[in-house]
Design a protein around this ligand. Structure first.
Ligand code: ZN
Ligand code: ZN
Length: 349
């Protein structure tokens, strides 16, 4: 036999008021509406209701205390009935909220520096005006008489009780469609273009979603939410890596060997950078604080300058002559003049 006192977290001497209080708190916390798809919460919810069904009834409680009570059987409908008795409202079969939607907003990389107010255009389902959201001409469901519920009297462990369940004929709607509205074809909702302004926070990631409550599809139980996904348009020079930015700096042979002063296109304008003599291909210079803001945090990432050594494909006769002189000076063995010209026909067409 389960320990109903432990399930509700009350002592064996607990008053009816304390039991009810504990039940209210736990039932709300573990209610399936609040924990959709959570099997464990559902089991807990059942246990809590079972415990309350026994302990809230002085006669059953006395029997239970003396170990004379068998385990009561509660069906899902009964759980919600008990809940409704205590809370005064029904749950679990409430009118469904509209569906959540997802929309895309495109911004420039620069917009992520300070954040941006952006307008999102999307379509959502709203009640059809032609039929007032009814879907057409309605008639009351003959099976449930328009209540959406069917009731059966059942004999339970603690006496007869009424079991209610959703009407299988109208699926709980209480009505049937006699004639479909030509505008929404009986669906009761139509797609409408919407625009909503959202605040893109500084440094927002493309894997994050901005929630805009109440801007999803409209359903009988209210609207769903809109989730806005970010897309950053490609920047001509800069690539994004989280809060860091990457710039590929192309330098020539002489710049690599002799060093150079260059300008890097930062987010807020050109940044001067000194390339020291002897800089190799693939070397990285990091400019801290020149990246994007860390989302929700303090400070900014870095701008990483990756050096790409560009070897000239074509040389003027003068440049070739100078390079040959250079090669001779440092003792580098190079192909003789005209050598590649003769082989060109073999390798390159
Ligand atoms: Zn019905
Ligand atoms: Zn309609």
């Amino acid at each position: 036999m389960k320990d109903y006192y432990a399930i509700l977290g009350v002592s064996r001497e607990a008053t009816q008021e304390e039991i009810k209080k504990a039940y209210r708190r736990l039932a709300l916390q573990h209610h399936p509406d609040r924990n959709p798809g959570d099997k464990e919460a559902e089991e807990r919810f059942k246990e809590i209701n079972e415990a309350y069904a026994v302990l809230s009834d002085p006669e059953k409680r006395a029997q239970y205390d003396r170990g004379l009570l068998g385990q009561p059987e509660l069906r899902t409908e009964d759980l919600f009935d008990l809940f409704a008795q205590v809370f005064g409202f029904r749950t679990g079969r409430t009118a469904p909220r509209g569906e959540d939607l997802e929309a895309l907003v495109e911004v420039e990389l620069q917009d992520l520096l300070h954040g941006k107010e952006a307008e999102v255009a999307y379509a959502r389902l709203v009640p059809c005006e032609a039929c007032g959201g009814q879907g057409g001409k309605r008639v009351a469901c003959p099976t449930c008489g328009g209540r959406g519920m069917v009731e059966t009297y059942r004999q339970g462990l603690f006496g007869a009780f009424v079991s209610r369940s959703t009407c299988p004929h109208c699926k709980g709607q209480g009505h049937l469609l006699a004639e479909a509205c030509p505008v929404c074809r009986g669906r009761g909702r139509v797609a409408r273009e919407e625009r909503v302004s959202v605040k893109i926070p500084p440094g927002m990631g493309e894997d994050h979603l901005l929630r805009v409550p109440g801007y999803g599809n409209l359903g009988p139980g209210g609207p769903g939410d809109l989730y806005v996904r970010l897309k950053v348009r490609p920047h001509p020079y800069l690539e994004r890596e989280g809060a860091d930015l990457v710039y590929r700096l192309q330098i020539g042979l002489a710049q690599a060997a002799l060093g150079a002063r260059v300008e890097v296109p930062g987010l807020e304008g050109p940044i001067p950078l000194e390339i020291p003599p002897g800089t190799g291909h693939g070397e990285v210079f990091e400019l801290p604080g020149e990246g994007l803001p860390h989302p929700g945090g303090r400070g900014r990432g870095a701008l990483r300058v990756v050096v790409e050594l560009v070897v000239p494909k074509k040389l003027s006769p003068k440049a070739r002559e100078l390079l040959r002189a250079y090669a001779e000076e440092v003792g580098e063995e190079v192909a003789p003049e005209g050598f590649w010209g003769k082989l060109k026909g073999f390798f390159r067409k």
